[in-house]
Design a protein around this ligand. Structure first.
Ligand code: ATP
Ligand code: MG
Length: 437
């Protein structure tokens, strides 16, 4: 380089600085970090937006389904005012178990052999339920309507039938729920369902809350093996039950049915002071039940129902229903067999067509007769008899097999004792040959 004719050479005091790769790397990493966190924040924000719109949509769906459940219920119960009532999601869960009294097909007319029990129900449940509006205040401070009734008895003796008939007779909304529906596996859910059941009952009053298999819900509480959920659900049930105020409000009745009343805690038994026992009917009861079961059937006039009743000791109402079913189906079988027995027709190709009965063949079926019942009696048994027969069959088989083992063991020892030993052989060798003269 030239300056004023002089040659100047540039001389660095220090060597030019080396690029600091470490700093560059650190800077780049910082920028990348900022970008990543920015992206993360953006993703999270987007996620939140999506999930909130999703939860809004779910909420809309829940509200929508509750609304349609309410409308459906209002239509079923023919009570338009119910379409605008408020309903919790737990109450909505129970709505499918609500039945209108108009839709119940069973009445006291269909129940046979329970005259005394039905009389008791008429006086203590039907009458106060039908008259509650007039009796309130007039009958003093004691509410005329019971809040708990227990129907108990052997399987198939008409507990469910009676409960449905009671709801029909009092013209009440019938909430029929199985104990298992209330026993939700999630902790706290059962309590909420119980609260919802009672609050729904109050909203739909006059109502009957029918809990089938109620023993599994109300079992004795000293049992340490029970889950804490069960204890808390039972607590909720007790307080809801006590909160059923019938005065000034339409009545709500809890109707329980069980085969095992002995398993129910006394705290609950106390809340069901009115009990109805269903039992296997006596001969007169069986005849009555048969008459009810056959009331809409064509029956041969010579058929004596008292004879059938005599031949069916220990049969429950449910066993008799099965007997009638098997007897009635014999007429159908006869029609099918008749048409099978006809000479086969030929189709256009000359192939044989097996005859099958037509709808019209069943229009005028013959009446049910004694031989149908005699056949049915050979095919049906009273409840428990099948299990009893099978148990005795197993016991007999076990005894026979034990006998067979004992026989084979004794045969073995007998043969062992009989088998000639070596000594015997030797003895045989030295048999004393009698002198032959
Ligand atoms: N007393 C009765 N009169 C007329 N029919 C009866 C009677 N008892 C039972 N039945 C017939 O038996 C069927 C079954 O009865 P139901 O379901 O009421 O018995 P249940 O006692 O509730 O039995 P489970 O303990 O098994 O629940 C009824 O639908 C009905 O057809
Ligand atoms: Mg039942």
């Amino acid at each position: 380089m030239t300056k004023g004719g002089q040659n100047i050479s540039l001389v660095w005091d220090k060597p030019p600085p080396e690029p600091k790769w470490k700093d560059i790397l650190e800077g780049a990493m910082a920028v990348a970090g900022i970008a990543a966190s920015g992206y993360l924040i953006y993703v999270m924000w987007k996620q939140r937006e999506i999930s909130s719109s999703l939860s809004e949509r779910i909420q809309d769906q829940v509200i929508g389904s509750i609304d349609s459940a309410k409308k459906d219920l209002a239509a079923r119960l023919k009570r338009p005012e119910l379409a605008t009532m408020t309903l919790t999601p737990h109450e909505a869960k129970i709505i499918s178990d609500v039945v209108s009294a108009d839709d119940l097909q069973t009445s006291f007319e269909d129940i046979g052999g329970m005259d005394e029990e039905l009389e008791q129900v008429r006086d203590n449940v039907i009458l106060p339920f039908q008259m509650w509006k007039y009796l309130e205040g007039e009958a003093g401070s004691v509410s005329p309507c019971p809040t708990g009734v227990l129907i108990y008895g052997r399987p198939g003796t008409g507990k469910t039938l009676t409960a449905r008939a009671i709801a029909k007779e009092v013209n009440a909304t019938f909430i029929s729920i199985k104990a298992s529906t209330l026993l939700d596996k999630w902790l706290g859910e059962s309590d909420k369902l119980v609260v919802a059941l009672f609050s729904l009952g109050r909203k739909l009053a006059p109502a009957i809350i029918f809990i089938d298999e109620i023993d599994s819900l109300l079992k004795k509480r000293q049992n340490s093996g029970d889950s804490p959920g069960m204890h808390s659900m039972q607590g909720a049930l007790l307080s809801e039950w006590d909160g059923l105020r019938t005065s000034h409000n339409a009545p709500v009745l809890v109707l329980g049915a069980t085969n095992r009343p002995m398993d129910i805690d006394s705290a609950f038994l106390r809340r069901m002071p009115l009990t109805v026992k269903t039992q296997a009917p006596n001969q007169k009861g069986r005849e009555e039940i048969l008459k009810k079961l056959l009331s809409k059937e064509k029956v041969d006039p010579s058929l004596s129902l008292s004879v059938i009743a005599e031949k069916t000791p220990n049969y429950t109402g449910s066993d008799l229903r099965e007997l009638v079913r098997v007897a009635a189906i014999q007429r159908v079988k006869a029609i099918v067999n008749e048409s099978k027995a006809q000479a086969p027709k030929l189709n256009v190709n000359g192939e044989k067509i097996i005859q099958t009965p037509q709808k019209g063949d069943f229009f005028n079926m013959r009446s049910i007769n004694l031989s149908d019942f005699e056949f049915a009696l050979t095919k049906t048994k009273c409840t428990g008899a099948v299990a009893d027969d099978y148990t005795s069959e197993l016991i007999q088989e076990e005894m026979l097999s034990k006998q067979a083992i004992a026989d084979s063991v004794s045969n073995f020892f007998y043969n062992l004792a009989k088998k000639p030993t070596k000594d015997d052989d030797e003895d045989d060798d030295h048999q004393v040959v009698p002198d032959v003269e």
